[in-house]
Every structure is written in structure tokens, then in C-alpha cells.
Write a protein that binds this ligand. Structure first.
Ligand code: FNR
Length: 381
């Protein structure tokens, strides 16, 4: 019943804005600098129009999608998001479980606050996104740890050589809240449901939230402005490191953050299995082209590669537009984290159902019975 007013993914964002302290909401919803790419991610999907076919008997529809040989129930999953457990109680596990229950996948973030072994065990997650350290001994240490935990899909995020300029975090005091400044205390007093339901419960379980999955590769945990601003960056990482990873990682290898067709070709040449076309949700280079605008050229550059996309997907029609322009699979970020923050696993299930139903209805209206038929809709006739 609490979920009944949630009619679209946008409703979760509006609800989360009231539920979360300003610093936390701003961290999730924000972009960088002037939010050019953040806003364009939404606008770009709105610019794309669809040309439906009629009278095509669409009674038998299926959203099933094959990804790396695995059959998923949906053509979309959940993008990796750091700090999820600070936004939603047990966020990493909740997102992973919700995705699994819906027959899809959630990628566990390197910047997660939950030990990756727990996410693997309790959510049966098999996809991990890594911020790769420059040092090879540490790379192999991380990959061993992932393999032991049971992960078999590695997503290397390549668009964070340095952290983006998140002015909104500085303005809202995002990096300071856990220092219990007067500002945090005020934000807490005015958002008691988040304090009691998320922060207090997380702290009761394991003390001050900290990075559980990066300390082994980049030194001691440090929850501070420095880490948020710069430590995640990997300035020295390059395609040679990727080739090295390819040599020692037996599972599927995916590069995230591709926006240029030449980088798609390089990923293929390095032996990667797939790419995620992404501008990081408008959180890295402000002014970066949107993933959906970059997609057609990238698809043409690597016709046989698995090409996935994220950024700005808020409707079922956005998923279908991405597939029309060449995506094999898509990921959605913020809306799922807002759903988890406000309603836990039930919220994630509801968000999956909303997007699923939108895709199903739009497929019928477009005259197709599987998401992959979007390629035909895009055709000249
Ligand atoms: C992210 N994103 C991200 N990407 C990544 O590779 N590693 C990470 O740790 C994070 N962390 C993160 C935190 C939060 C709060 C957000 C909103 C995003 C980017 C994410 O994977 C994805 O690219 C975008 O969020 C997709 O855009 P939408 O769907 O949020 O518009």
C-alpha cells in the first residue's frame, strides 16, 4: 500500500528527496559542475522518437534477454553505485537481492561499504565493478579475492582517472556528515527515519561505515573528503593494464565508461568481452557526450561485441530506444537506489515491476514481441 503512489521511477526520486538528508540526496542525484551531462542524459532520450508498426499480433511477448550466454528476465539491470549502504540500509545486498528476484543483475560497486564476500553470498551477485589500482601485485590480489568470493564478471570502470568535480557534495557537506558536524546533526534531526532506519542500523552492525572492498588494494580505510575527492582516481591506469587483467582474469571482462568508437575497438583488441557505454551518470566530465548519443557510432565500430549502456534511463521506452540504437543490455542507476532508500527490497521489486510493465506495454504499442526486435523498428521501412 505504501508503494501504491509510486507510479513511475521519478516518484522514487521525489520521495527520496524528502526521506534523505540533503547531503545524501545530493550525493546520489547530483552530477558535476554545471550538470550539463546529467541534464543531457535525460534530454537526449527525450529527443529520440519511435515509429511504431501496427496490426502485428503482439499477444505473445517476452522480455527475456540473453547476456553472455545467460538468460535474464529483463533487458536492464542495476548499475554499480558506491556508498549504497549509507543511502539505503544494507543497500548493496538489498539491490543485489532485488535484482536476483527480478531475474536480472546488479553490479556491486568497488566503492561499496559492504564486504564483497557478503554481497556475493547473500545476494548471489556475480558482477563486480572495480576501480583498479595501478600496481600489478595489488591488481592480482583483488582479482583473487573476487574469484574466491564467486564473482565471474569484472567491470573495470575507465572514466575515473581522477574524481569528478562534485561541487554539490562540497555545498551540501556530503563528505563531512560522518564527522558529526552541527550540519549533520541538524540534517539527522530533520530526517529521523533515515538516521534510525539506515545510519544507526548500519553503525550498530559494524561501526563507522567505510570502504570494505578497496582497502586491500589501496591502503587503510579513510572516510574523508580526500578519499571522495581524489583517492578513487587511477591516473596511471591504461590499456596495458587492461591487457594484463585480461591475461589473469578468467571470467567475463567488461570496460565501463566508453564514449568513443576507438576506445570500443581498443577494448575489443584487449580481449574484453563487452563494454558499457556511459558518461558515469553525468558525474565525471561535465559536457561529456551522453551514452545514448554516442551509441550508434560505437555499435558500428564493434558490431559483434556485447555493448551495454547506462545513463538517464527512466522509462521503459528509454530501454527500448537504447536497444533500437544498438545496445544489447542496459543499466539503471539512481532510481533503484532511491527505491531501496525509501522502501528497501520491496521498493526495488516495485521499481523492477514498473519498468518491466512499461517495456512490455511499449513493445505491444510498437508492434514487437521481444526487446531485440527494436533493431527492426529502427530499420529504413
Ligand atoms: C555511481 N556510478 C558509479 N559507477 C561506477 O563505475 N562505480 C561507482 O562506484 C559508481 N558510484 C556511483 C554512485 C552513485 C550514487 C551514482 C548515482 C552513480 C555511476 C553508475 O554506475 C551509472 O553509470 C550511472 O548512475 C547511470 O546513470 P543513471 O541511471 O543514474 O542516470
Amino acid at each position: 500500500a505504501r508503494l501504491r503512489p509510486m507510479l513511475s521511477l521519478a516518484d522514487f526520486e521525489r520521495r527520496a528527496e524528502r526521506h534523505l538528508p540533503k547531503s545524501i540526496f545530493g550525493y546520489v542525484s547530483g552530477g558535476v559542475q554545471d550538470d550539463l551531462s546529467l541534464n543531457d542524459n535525460i534530454a537526449a532520450f527525450r529527443r529520440i522518437t519511435l515509429r511504431p508498426r501496427i496490426l502485428r499480433n503482439v499477444a505473445q511477448r517476452s522480455l527475456q534477454t540473453t547476456l553472455f550466454g545467460q538468460t535474464l528476465e529483463l533487458p536492464f539491470g542495476i548499475a554499480p553505485m558506491g556508498f549504497s549502504a549509507l543511502v539505503a540500509y544494507d543497500g548493496d545486498v538489498v539491490l543485489g537481492r532485488g535484482a536476483r528476484a527480478a531475474g536480472s543483475i546488479a553490479i556491486c560497486s568497488a566503492a561499496s561499504l559492504t564486504p564483497l564476500e557478503r554481497v556475493a553470498a547473500e545476494a548471489e551477485s556475480r558482477w563486480f565493478q572495480a576501480y583498479i589500482p595501478g600496481d600489478r601485485a595489488r591488481i592480482s590480489g583483488l582479482l583473487d579475492r573476487l574469484r574466491r568470493a564467486g564473482f565471474d564478471h569484472l567491470v573495470v570502470t575507465g572514466d575515473v582517472p581522477v574524481a569528478g568535480n562534485r561541487e554539490n557534495n562540497a555545498r551540501n557537506g556530503f563528505d563531512a556528515p560522518l564527522r558529526f558536524t552541527p550540519r549533520l546533526i541538524w540534517q539527522g534531526v530533520t530526517h529521523p527515519r533515515w538516521v534510525l532506519g539506515t545510519l544507526a542500523r548500519e553503525m550498530a552492525r559494524r561501526g563507522m561505515p567505510h570502504f570494505e572492498n578497496m582497502e586491500s588494494v589501496q591502503g587503510p580505510p579513510l572516510f574523508s573528503r580526500d578519499l571522495v575527492r581524489s583517492k578513487i582516481g587511477r591516473e596511471e591506469l591504461d590499456w596495458d593494464d587492461l591487457r594484463y587483467i585480461r591475461d589473469i582474469w578468467p571470467g567475463r571482462l567488461v570496460v565501463k565508461g566508453v564514449l568513443h568508437p576507438d576506445d570500443a575497438r581498443l577494448a575489443q583488441d584487449c580481449g574484453c568481452d563487452g563494454i558499457i557505454v556511459s558518461n558515469h551518470g553525468g558525474r565525471q566530465l561535465d559536457g561529456a557526450i551522453t551514452a545514448i548519443d554516442a551509441l550508434p557510432q560505437i555499435r558500428a565500430a564493434v558490431p559483434d561485441m556485447t555493448v551495454m549502456l547506462d545513463g538517464g534511463i527512466r522509462r521503459g521506452s528509454d530501454v527500448l530506444k537504447a536497444m533500437m540504437l544498438g545496445a544489447d543490455f542496459t543499466f539503471v542507476g539512481r532510481p533503484f537506489l532511491f527505491a531501496a532508500a525509501c522502501f528497501g527490497e520491496a521498493g526495488v521489486a516495485h521499481a523492477f515491476a514498473l519498468l518491466r510493465d512499461e517495456i512490455d506495454r511499449d513493445m505491444a504499442l510498437l508492434g514487437i514481441t521481444t526487446p531485440m526486435q527494436m533493431r527492426e523498428v529502427a530499420g529504413p521501412d
